[in-house]
Design a protein around this ligand. Structure first.
Ligand SMILES: Nc1nc2c(ncn2[C@@H]2O[C@H](COP(=O)(O)OP(=O)(O)OP(=O)(O)O)[C@@H](O)[C@H]2O)c(=O)[nH]1
Length: 329
């Protein structure tokens, strides 16, 4: 009998390396027959564009909200649609379906929402990425990190080129001594160990915390450039953004384009640290714009802090991020 399709919930805090791990995985021959579902907290499908650039995998999007609270029925619908479409095509079932969660998602409510899919017989497991270079600081400030690590069957340490693994490994073991740990500096070996290796047995899932507002301090903002803003204006804005937000800036992701029919450039920052922009000709269909995720800084406050900036700031459906724990059925 064919092995059941695995459903891998890929969790991990904002910027901890989920998309990179998935791109590394999709480049490997073992990744054949993988389908991907991407959940973005913001309205711009940045991860989808990056993954699409990595090759033709069946992919579905759940954008503009957090899959652990607002999009659970969309998730069930999407998984069913992927499985049924595959059946109709006459090809063997997927070997695995990977859900890349938004960086703010908690695995507990997502796992519970999958109960209607029991007849599909999916083998479900949780893989969580942990940015080794920021693990302690992130875990201290964000309950989401604890929830993600605690629910993981496999914890994958990332950014091992930037720091020693030891402290993050100890922290991961402290949160979840039952999880298997992937501590691989080599990116291909890391991806293989995360997705292809026989998974360790799932630990008991801890009960989620009582229904509380999980992200009362976090804002997901959408930034658009005003008509007439030049390329230099765009670059200046990115520099000023880091200076204006300081440590309240958690994540920046999106595309900027030179005025006219220029190639989109992928822009990313984790905290105030920007990666060099990357031209992405494959992302022509994605509109220009940035998703900016902040702590204790809303659209109005940021607009006042940057009065000269040639941009519009707007909030991306903040209600969708009030992740209430879903009451048990
Ligand atoms: N040096 C280094 N950088 C990495 C590594 N993995 C990811 N990055 C960088 O970290 C940044 C965030 O990586 P992503 O893979 O987009 O992280 P993510 O968890 O998908 O981010 P969100 O979707 O916002 O939650 C990018 O600039 C990556 O290039 C790594 O192992 N080493």
């Amino acid at each position: 009998m064919a092995a059941p399709t695995e459903f891998i919930l890929l969790a991990g805090f904002l910027g901890s390396g989920k998309t990179s791990l998935l791109v590394d995985w999709l480049a490997l021959p073992e990744a054949a027959d993988t389908a991907v579902i991407v959940n973005e907290a913001g309205a711009i499908d940045v991860d989808g564009a990056i993954l699409a650039d990595a090759g033709g995998v069946p992919m579905a999007m759940l954008a503009n909200g957090c899959v652990c609270c607002s999009l659970t029925s969309d998730l069930v619908f999407t998984i069913r649609a992927l499985v049924e479409e595959r059946e109709r095509s006459g090809r063997p079932p997927f070997r695995r379906i990977v859900l890349e969660c938004s960086g703010l998602s908690r695995p507990g409510p997502i796992l519970r929402s999958l109960m209607p899919l029991a007849p599909l017989g999916l083998a479900i497991r949780v893989v969580a990425t942990c940015d080794a270079s920021q693990a302690a600081e992130r875990a201290r400030h964000f309950e989401e990190v604890a929830a993600q690590l605690a629910a993981a069957g496999t914890i994958v340490l990332t950014k091992l080129d930037l720091c020693e693994a030891g402290p993050a490994e100890a922290l991961a073991a402290g949160f979840n001594p039952l999880a298997g740990r992937v501590v691989e500096a080599d990116r291909a070996a890391r991806a293989r160990a995360a997705f292809a290796a026989a998974p360790p047995p799932l630990p008991e899932q801890p009960e989620p915390p009582p229904a509380i507002l999980a992200h009362p301090r976090i804002a997901v903002l959408r930034v658009r450039f005003r008509d007439g803003a030049s390329w230099e204006d765009r670059l200046d804005f990115l520099e000023d953004l880091a200076a204006s937000c300081g440590e309240k800036l958690l994540r920046v992701k999106g595309f900027i384009r030179p005025p006219g029919p220029g190639v989109p450039w992928l822009v990313q920052a984790v905290g105030t640290l920007f990666s060099p922009p990357v031209p992405m000709p494959g992302a022509f269909a994605v509109p220009e714009g940035l998703v900016v995720i902040t702590r204790d800084l809303d659209a109005a406050a940021l607009g006042s802090a940057m009065p000269e900036a040639p941009v519009w700031f707007a909030s991306d459906r903040p209600v969708a991020l009030n992740c209430q724990a879903v009451p048990a059925a």
